[in-house]
Design a protein around this ligand. Sequence first.
Ligand code: BG6
Length: 609
Amino acid sequence: MCGIVGYNGSKRAVDILLDGLARLEYRGYDSAGVAIRDKEIEVFKAKGKLTNLKEKLQDKELKGTIGIGHTRWATHGEPSEVNAHPHVSNDGNVTLVHNGIIENYQELIQKLGRHDYKLYSETDTEVLTNIIDYYYKKYKMGPIDAINRTMVRVRGSYAIAVMFKEHPDELWVARKDSPMIIGEAEDGYYVASDVPAILKYTNKVYYIDNLEAACLKKDKVIFYDLNGDEVQKELKEIKWDVSAAEKEGYEHFMIKEINEQPDVVKKTINSFVKEDGIDLSATGLTVEEIKKFKQIYIVACGSAYHVGVCAQYVLEDLTRIPVRVEIASEFRYRKPILDKNGLVIIISQSGETADSLAALREAKNQGVKTLAIVNVVGSSIAREANHVLYTLAGPEIAVATTKAFSTQLIAAYVLAIQMAYVKKKIKDDVYLELLEELKTIPDKIQDILKTLTTKIQRLSSKFAGIKDAFYIGRGLDYAISLEGSLKLKEVSYIHSEAYAAGELKHGTISLIEDGTLVIGIATQEEILEKTISNLVEVKSRGAYVVGVVPKNVDVSKVANYTIEIPETNKYFYPSLTVIPLQLLGYYITVSRGLDVDKPRNLAKSVTVE
Ligand code: BG6
């Protein structure tokens, strides 16, 4: 949602803050600001992208070695300089940046009003800043007391970095639900919403839990719990290298991450598929537990939800136990009836998506076992789930997910195959055959990237001006068409719909006319003829049909253009068909001259409702 960064050390803070914010802009980019402390605390804010703030600072002599910064995705109060962070308390005692939402801020405005506080912005964050100041002045017990009293008093989610006028050498941080990491380096201490912001300076980080705080001094960091008692934290090492957060010569992070898929898919497969089979011990899931599961629920948002739809087909077909796939923002308020012998699987790249986190808590409140498939180590969903299956996609910067999606598919296959094997639904030969074929997927993705990228780039230029597009398929092909359609609309802003091919004739086919782009995915042998006859239906109404099919399938009679992918096992086709669909979304967007990595109105991880 928003990105926060902070520094207290021996270097010029402004350079570190601007660099960190640039790496967090995928979290929100409608306004930005920094506060730098030298003799005084100076605050600088600008509406719009970070470049506007950089322009404002370029001729400023800012020597301060302590500071905080913020890049915003507005929730309370429209994008403006006044509403941008950092916010300052009435008399300048407290300066703060915040990622999250204060839900009871209206009520707190009343409270502040009774104590003569005046507010200059429409933000919940300015309210939070003054509430900290209020407790600081009322109890005179210093920063940790003021922060802890505030954490007890406010409701919502927050990661905050705070500077107190009367504590010139200290940078204070605290969090609840919103992500935060604290970095330790020779030159000082860093705080940020996400790893890419500080990876350039250190890969040594601390994680603080919900309702915990810390004081970052130039030479040490002290952690506190809600009682104000000091707590110890373990220093962890991030295995990602800084280049992972750089573009490495690609024009956009999205195309870089598309081309990283063979490598990260291989890494994720190898992390679970060993010589003698699948090893899920790292997840903590036991054979006994797996045997007990009678029902599976998959809950997620966005593209992660589409992984869930793919997983449903594979899990049910292999394990023969019922699987329900749910959109997290619906699941959390639907008072779902969950089977106690069920397993709730939460899929999330960031591990911080608020609706998915709430769905996880709903399942735990009902006493149902939870498994998180997550890409960010130490994220909230990972830490709160009973079991965690980490994907190894590395940092994903582009707002539209690609490589994380592909590693989540692998996680779903591995889970389905192992569950089916443990439940004796498949025999050794099928088990080993599936694993052998799974190991071929990285090379097949590489082959697609090598042979099809330029072809799809050329094809995409034909569609730069289209208004609508349809993606159709049956079974797993329908599941992946959901993702193909989202990949196009979320970055190109072209209206696009995915449809179960057999359902089209019950209404939506009325939208098909001359030249309407229809992407038909046809890989599932058992229902191939059915899918091809649906392609004939749209073709006969004038559609321009692009067929995405395995090499052994001929749709040349119905398709205007055929995209051929390598053959594989029926369960694994989503991992291959999604690649040309990602490339189509990317190149059509590039041909429209749009900002591929930071599409309008979107953010990489939505940590509010
Ligand atoms: C959206 C992202 O904000 O959140 C999507 O733009 C993503 O790409 C969705 O699929 C869910 O995010 P996550 O981190 O829970 O997988």
